[in-house]
Design a protein around this ligand. Structure first.
Ligand SMILES: [Zn+2]
Length: 341
């Protein structure tokens, strides 16, 4: 898989490659998670949430679990060795990129979509909506309406049963249906359910970007994290890692009632001139109190300013062309490298 890292060839790109390869090796389901997904369809939601809560408490993550500290420390050392290395500057010299995405888990979530879209539009933002093609009925009128208002539609897996990456043959079979859904929704973006991933197998998808990776997130079933606060060109698509913690982890897993962790992480990303990519679900922002937390966070971002706000589709296109331009410009620029599993 041909990969272009955010930094020109050198120590910083080496750090990015090391973390990406580590994530790709580690992104496997444990035996207990495979058993869980086999039985998941039979479990009531309350039982699933109890098991998730039990696991989250057992993880005993450190208080700043949402910061890619190890990656940023290693990157800082690498950049001291060659200070000229830097990721590409965002358009108009903005300090950071700000991207909003949603995964829609259920038909109830889909019914809540407009309430969130209204909040975003009122504050001058737009987002992408990743829909599951083979789980719940999808109102094509709603898709047209979201698109007409400047939102983007993406595809969220196949049927959300946790088995998309069960085997390569399962993935290959489902990839055909996912590609058909991409056509039907006129979509170019993808996120796998539960942040499961296999970047090699996913090369079969007709997408311009994927957003199944994350910088750091100890609460996911497939461990890992690519560390990077920037996109990475991975073969035929651009990988856009989500870099702000998921609403599910904060509100349901940890019982948070404010946006303090999002604000802290955003300040960190801004300091590093990175990409703040948010993944929330209308299914979990379903109460007025949680929607108020989300609205408050977006208001804070808008008031502080300094961001380049883009749909993931537009950011991915811009990123690929910036990377390829640098790559073509001269030998000292970003080098295309092959990543091993
Ligand atoms: Zn999902």
């Amino acid at each position: 898989m041909e990969t272009i890292f955010p930094f020109p060839a050198g120590p910083a790109a080496d750090v990015c490659r090391e973390f990406l390869e580590r994530d790709m090796r580690g992104a496997r389901l444990s035996t207990s998670f495979r058993a869980y997904y086999l039985l998941r369809g039979l479990m009531p939601l309350r039982v699933r949430q109890f098991l998730q809560g039990k696991r989250n408490r057992g993880l005993a993550a450190t208080p700043d679990w949402y910061l890619p500290q190890e990656f940023c420390d290693r990157l800082a050392v690498a950049l001291q060795q060659s200070p000229a290395e830097a990721p590409p500057a965002w358009p108009d010299r903005r300090e950071f990129a700000f991207v909003l995405t949603h995964d829609v888990e259920t038909v109830e979530g889909l019914n809540q979509a407009m309430a969130l879209a209204d909040i975003e539009e009122e504050l001058g933002f737009r987002s992408s909506w990743n829909l599951v093609p083979h789980k719940y009925p999808i109102d094509m009128g709603l898709i047209s309406e979201l698109r007409r208002r400047g939102f983007e539609i993406g595809v969220h897996g196949y049927n959300h049963d946790g088995k998309l990456f069960w085997s390569e043959s399962t993935f290959r079979r489902r990839a055909r249906a996912i590609n058909a859904a991409l056509d039907r929704f006129e979509a170019v973006g993808f996120r796998a359910p539960m942040a499961h991933r296999n970047l090699h197998w996913m090369q079969r998808l007709n997408i311009e970007y994927d957003s199944s990776c994350f910088d750091v997130d100890p609460y996911q079933a497939m461990p890992g994290g690519i560390g990077s606060l920037w996109p990475v060109v991975t073969g035929r698509f651009v990988e856009l890692p989500y870099t702000l913690p998921q609403d599910h982890s904060l509100f349901i897993g940890l019982g948070e009632t404010s946006d303090r962790i999002w604000e802290h992480k955003l300040a960190w990303i801004r300091r590093h001139s990175g990409m703040a990519l948010m993944l929330t679900h209308p299914d979990y922002l379903e109460t007025p109190a949680r929607r108020a937390v989300y609205r408050n966070f977006l208001s804070q971002v808008r008031d502080v300013g300094g961001y380049w706000h883009a749909l993931p589709r537009d950011l991915a296109r811009w990123w690929r062309s910036a990377m390829e331009r640098d790559h073509a410009a001269n030998a000292s620029a970003r080098t295309m490298q092959t990543v091993a599993m």
